[in-house]
Design a protein around this ligand. Structure first.
Ligand code: X2X
Length: 358
């Protein structure tokens, strides 16, 4: 009997040793929130991130992606508070969705901020990697969410059922769906349109029912996956802003990971950012995105976004620099009002970051 007890104790001890020490106290599942659907660019980036994290941590960190605003009861602007309060562990989100809580995150939404940059992607990367990116991250972390990486939704382009849109006057009276973020409402009002605040979770039904005449979102990440041509036949390539994403973690959750796992998570976030940016920029850069996706063996079915839009009967209007200038001038009042709210210092830092990358 004594012998049996000794054997049993040994077995218990051995089992305890089998459990990796760093997994002690880890959750069985970490919830990652994504506002749009699984086939959106960010839905795919989030899945990529979760998959490589699971592999490289030998299943210690098991992240499940909840797309289509499932964790948010459809309300995308409540995501930041839920992440901060721990109802959500991770989120890959647009700065737009968190901007009602963090005014600095309105910087990328300043209309035509990148308009005169020779290489807008390079300019956006320079903001994220530079002092202005650090300032945005510091503002978020001060409000209680840890940031571990960037991502990209992409150039937000305008799609409409009426068109084509070639000059600011064409915007008059158009009902355009926007996120419930004040700077977007003001930008479209300034252009003479009639902005309608609608959650993304309800937007496609809204398009179907013809509640609005148009919307703005990125081509690769959103417009193609939702087959916008079923509702809108005109796409205006005005490049009025690039919508960056942020990968955030609840700070308590972050502190619960071992130093080794935190490092793995940071590495995976960097790789997911590169993958997500390639999805967003595919067919819109010099071929670098396609080359990366080929290297990763992750080339999506559609590699020629403009060809795809045209095949589906859409008319694409690509703005000339002169047309961009007209819209830039027409939105001056929005920039003048919002720059002091975002912070002059942050805007100046962004301009310096972009200038250094030229
Ligand atoms: O609601 C949108 O337009 C979307 C999906 O792009 C965001 O979450 C900002």
């Amino acid at each position: 009997m004594k012998h049996f007890l000794r054997m049993a104790m040994c077995a218990v001890l051995l089992c305890a040793l089998c459990v990796p020490a760093s997994a002690a106290g880890y959750k069985a599942e970490y919830k990652l929130s994504v506002v749009p659907g699984a086939t959106s660019g960010w839905g795919m980036s989030a899945t990529y991130f979760a998959d490589i994290v699971r592999q490289r941590t030998d299943n210690r960190v098991n992240i499940k992606v909840y797309h289509s605003s499932q964790l948010l009861a459809g309300k995308q602007t409540s995501e930041f508070m839920m992440l901060r309060n721990g109802a959500i562990d991770f989120a890959l989100s647009s700065t737009i969705n968190w901007s009602p809580q963090i005014k600095e995150l309105n910087l990328p939404a300043l209309p035509f901020l990148l308009a005169s940059e020779p290489d807008r992607y390079k300019a956006m990367d320079a903001i994220e990697a530079g002092k202005s990116g650090q300032m945005m991250i510091a503002a978020i972390e001060k409000k209680g969410v840890k940031i571990i990486g960037w991502g990209e939704n992409g150039y937000r382009e305008l799609t409409t059922s009426k068109g084509p849109i070639t000059r600011p006057e064409d915007m008059k009276g158009l009902k355009i769906r926007v996120v419930g973020s004040p700077i977007f409402i003001e930008t479209f009002r300034e252009l003479g349109a009639n902005p309608v605040n609608m959650n993304w979770s309800e937007a496609t039904t809204g398009f179907q029912q013809g509640l609005v005449d148009g919307q703005e979102n990125p081509t690769n990440g959103i417009i193609i996956p939702v087959k916008i041509w079923n509702y809108h036949k005109f796409l205006t390539d005005w490049h009025y802003l690039i919508d960056p994403l942020l990968l955030g973690v609840n700070p308590k959750v972050w502190k619960g990971f071992s130093a080794e796992d935190q490092k793995i998570l940071l590495d995976c976030a960097r790789e997911a950012e590169a993958y997500g940016k390639a999805l967003s920029r595919l067919g819109m850069d010099n071929g670098a995105s396609l080359a990366l996706l080929q290297k990763l063996n992750k080339v999506p079915a559609i590699t020629d976004p403009y060809g795809c839009l045209e095949q589906n009967g859409m008319t694409v209007t690509k703005f000339t620099p002169e047309q961009v200038r007209l819209f830039f001038d027409a939105t001056k009042a929005v920039r003048d009002k919002w720059i002091p709210q975002i912070g002059e210092e942050l805007v100046k830092a962004a301009q310096a970051d972009m200038a250094a990358a030229r």
